[in-house]
Design a protein around this ligand. Sequence first.
Ligand code: MRU
Length: 356
Amino acid sequence: MTADIKPTFHWEEGRLIFLDQTLLPQREVEIRCRELPQLAEAIKSLRIRGAPALGIAAAFGVALHVWHDRGPTSADLLRSAEEAADILRKTRPTAVNLFWALDRMLSVARPSVHLPIAAFKQRLLDEAQAILKEDLETGRAIGANGLKLIPQKASIITHCNAGGLATGGYGTALAVVFAAAETGRDIHVFVDETRPLLQGARLTAYELKRAGIDHTLIADSMAASLLAQGKVNLAIVGADRIASNGDVANKIGTYSLAIACDYHSVPFYVAAPTSTVDLSLPEGSRIPIEHRAPEEVRGWMGNPAVPEGTPCWNPAFDVTPAKLISAIITEEGVLYPPYDLPEALKSHAQGVKQDV
Ligand code: MRU
């Protein structure tokens, strides 16, 4: 599958094009997005989702808004970029990649204000394209770095979707799975369905099927029994935000899987780009957790499964404490406990390959 990675995003004649992930796997419908409100809605409603993909979408959102702005000066366009960033910051709170990408776009926009308007627009589009390209390279590097943790024959459990759809096109947790399969390892993946929105069942199973990798779907509640029966060698999941001490926010249910892995002495790995690390937060309890509409828990695709009005609690993410995480796989290398992310990223900035 190496040669034909299809980027999750595509820019064509002033439009950002991506699949509507809420319709997968039944229907592959492209959204051709020209307006910022449409993109903001697509993010809020998970038509596009997954932490790195949210960063890429946000970057293109700024570029898109500026591209179609008819303001006569680059100062007007800079205001437009800032307005787009303000709107996009309010879409989803947990994945730090979204905020990272917006900050990066504005850090390019501000010093470019002296450029003629056509050049200013092109500069922002180029930066969004660069974020997409870098993410594809990052995914490949995460996959390669994670290989040493994968035995020649491995049964792997994963939660949610941290594959190509959640990124620029190759994935984080699934990047390691794809790289292992590409290098001839005998891989079987157990896919948590990931209630309430079924990103595992709908999206991870879809990606594994397309890649020709053996997999078995389970309901989330089956994971502990599977581990108890010794049917799993290791777990790999993605991340939405990693605090300085290595605590990880990821899809709700990740924490319960990590506890079950710890109880059964099964290694639990997190794979994420360094843009998912939030050094402003000392620990995971400070990570903002998105709470979503109760309807998502009450039923599925508009079909209610509970008595009308049943109260629901619907946090979209949980925080797995660092002490349950056996290693964090990044594009720079593999980090092992005790985690000191500020130190690790400092070494990265100094060009030291991590493997500590
Ligand atoms: O609500 P979602 O579907 O955006 O949640 C996605 C996840 O939790 C992923 O595991 C995470 O973003 C990592 S994606 C490489």
